[in-house]
Design a protein around this ligand. Structure first.
Ligand SMILES: Cc1cc2nc3c(=O)[nH]c(=O)nc-3n(C[C@@H](O)[C@@H](O)[C@H](O)COP(=O)(O)OP(=O)(O)OC[C@H]3O[C@@H](n4cnc5c(N)ncnc54)[C@H](O)[C@@H]3O)c2cc1C
Length: 291
């Protein structure tokens, strides 16, 4: 299945081992995707490189108006992060709905993004946050927006010798409400057929001062739905506006991905899911405003 196993004690060591050209090395984090693929025989690297003992890859911190968090943070750790609860509660909603408690205990956000499954629950949230990924190799480090890192289903811009070390996002405006909703074939242990991640900031007159809309498993690449956001931005938040913006998401989904066998189902349903997420985020924005 694989030749050798190595557990890196530091980022420097991991980067050095990944740069070795004579052996094919695959990063192992929680293994919830990788081990499944290896068992199926889809990949068999010479060496597995575990990154779960590198302390900085599992930390969350506030830094110069940003929240920065390690790629090896498990879904369970995200669920219990006070900082994440304060600044991006929809990330906690997304993490809480991944798989089962066993999967959440070992599966990581970095693995979720690098595996780049269309149903990956944390990707729409990171995209709505305009999240950036820090990528490190022996050549240096770079910051890539998550919307550009994930190129499409199971494809990323990451090179074989690169490690995704952390994510960051600018703290949302005070008074922002967020919501993540996921729709699947069952109510638990379910991969998203469609998901929606929305953030809404309202002023004291209900005028939308910031809005972000992203959806999972509906377009080849996860990006914010800017034309739909523009329908709401700078205007009073109303039911009519929410419906117009959600309808625009549905139209844009078809424009981006074309008509597929699933379009008949997904086009109306993504509109309803975004509508609900916008409504929840708006009502939470009100509560945030009153705090
Ligand atoms: C039963 C089950 C249910 C699931 N349910 C859901 C669900 O509801 N929602 C959902 O979104 N996902 C779900 N998943 C998938 C989810 O568990 C994974 O996507 C997980 O997040 C991957 O993280 P990991 O740490 O296990 O990654 P691994 O499996 O260790 O790695 C995945 C890939 O990412 C690479 N990688 C990992 N970390 C890094 C890094 N820091 N830098 C560079 N490359 C890296 C690995 O080399 C590998 O190619 C489910 C999986 C299972 C088995």
């Amino acid at each position: 299945m694989y030749g050798s196993f190595y557990r890196a004690a530091s980022l420097k060591e991991a980067v050095f081992l990944l740069a070795e050209k004579t052996v094919s090395t695959k990063i192992l984090s929680g293994g919830t995707d990788l081990m499944v693929r290896m068992k199926k025989g889809e990949i068999c690297p010479d060496r597995l490189l575990s990154i779960t003992r590198i302390p900085e890859l599992a930390a969350v911190r506030r830094e110069n108006g940003k929240i920065v968090f390690g790629s090896a943070l498990t879904f369970s750790a995200i669920q219990s992060s006070i900082l994440m609860n304060e600044e991006a509660p929809f990330m906690i909603e997304a993490a809480s709905q991944v798989g089962s408690p066993q999967i959440r205990a070992v599966g990581t956000i970095g693995g979720n993004v690098v595996n780049a499954a269309p149903h990956a629950d944390t990707v729409p949230v990171l995209v709505a946050l305009d999240g950036k990924a820090k990528v490190v190799s022996t050549r240096g480090e770079k910051l890539i927006p998550v919307s550009e890192l994930v190129l499409g289903p199971h494809r990323t811009a990451l090179l074989a010798d690169e490690i995704l070390t952390e994510f960051s996002f600018e703290v949302l405006q005070p008074g922002t409400g967020t919501a993540f909703l996921k729709l699947g074939r069952r109510s638990v242990m379910v991969r998203a057929r469609i998901s929606a991640a929305c953030a809404v900031c309202l002023d004291d007159k209900d005028i939308v001062t910031d809005v972000r809309i992203a959806a999972g498993a509906v377009t080849p690449k996860c990006e914010r739905f800017r034309p739909a956001e523009e329908i709401l931005l700078g205007r009073r938040m109303t039911e009519k506006g929410i419906k117009e913006a959600s309808g625009e998401v549905s139209r844009e989904m078809v424009n981006r991905g074309g008509v597929r066998w699933s379009t008949e189902y997904k086009a109306p349903v993504v509109s309803v899911l975004v509508e609900r997420a916008l409504r929840i985020a708006s009502s939470r924005a009100h509560k945030e405003f009153m705090r």
